[in-house]
Design a protein around this ligand. Structure first.
Ligand SMILES: Cc1cc2nc3c(=O)[nH]c(=O)nc-3n(C[C@H](O)[C@H](O)[C@H](O)COP(=O)(O)O)c2cc1C
Length: 174
């Protein structure tokens, strides 16, 4: 298997960073690189056929004005410059299903909207029945288009969720 690029944001003590590190640990060995998106460019993305993207959902409607720009806002432009044909992309997304049940893990949908038209092969869909929520922009074909992780209310399930997800996606990587 070629090395996996784990591109994640926000960085610096965020839950997303914690989960990205857990993902890398569970993959094990030297089989992945952890790349904070705040410093990354399209050139970095180009190096990998196998990609894992990590993001968190910080809903716009919870702010009085626009939310402060996050690491992914800048990196989105780098996604636009990237040719995803032939690349395999799996995504995980931090969210909180109890406080934000109508917007749970919405950021998955934001990433999917970018990646689908660019012909990325998205792997690692997840059964929504494993969560308690009402609506999410991350649902495609009745499944989450990536792995939601709820560190606020179900942190005890995080390790197991990562394990089950990796068991399914690692054999798919090239
Ligand atoms: C202001 C604010 C807005 C949030 N909005 C959402 C939301 O719309 N949907 C959701 O699933 N989680 C939402 N969350 C929960 C975060 O996604 C969750 O706490 C996550 O673990 C944060 O990860 P981070 O530290 O990597 O940013 C919100 C959290 C905050 C503080």
């Amino acid at each position: 298997m070629e090395k996996i690029g784990i591109f994640y944001g926000p960085a610096e003590g965020s839950s997303t960073e914690k989960v990205a590190q857990k993902v890398a640990e569970q993959i094990g060995g030297e089989k992945s690189d952890l790349v904070p998106v705040k410093d990354a460019t399209a050139k970095d993305l180009k190096k990998y056929t196998n990609l894992i993207f990590g993001i968190s959902t910080v809903g716009k409607e919870t702010w009085n004005g626009d939310p402060p720009p996050g690491d992914w806002d800048k990196f989105r432009i780098e996604l636009d410059k990237t040719d995803f044909q032939g690349k395999l992309v799996a995504m995980f997304c931090l969210g909180d299903q109890i406080t934000y049940p109508r917007h749970f893990a919405d950021a998955l949908g934001m990433l999917a909207e970018k990646l689908i038209p660019k012909q990325a092969e998205i792997i690692g869909y997840v059964d929504p029945n494993e969560y308690t929520f009402e609506e999410s922009q991350g649902i495609y074909e009745r499944k989450f288009i990536g792995l939601p992780i709820d560190e606020d209310f179900e942190a005890h399930l995080t390790d197991e969720r990562i394990r089950n997800w990796l068991d399914r996606i690692l054999p798919r990587f090239k």
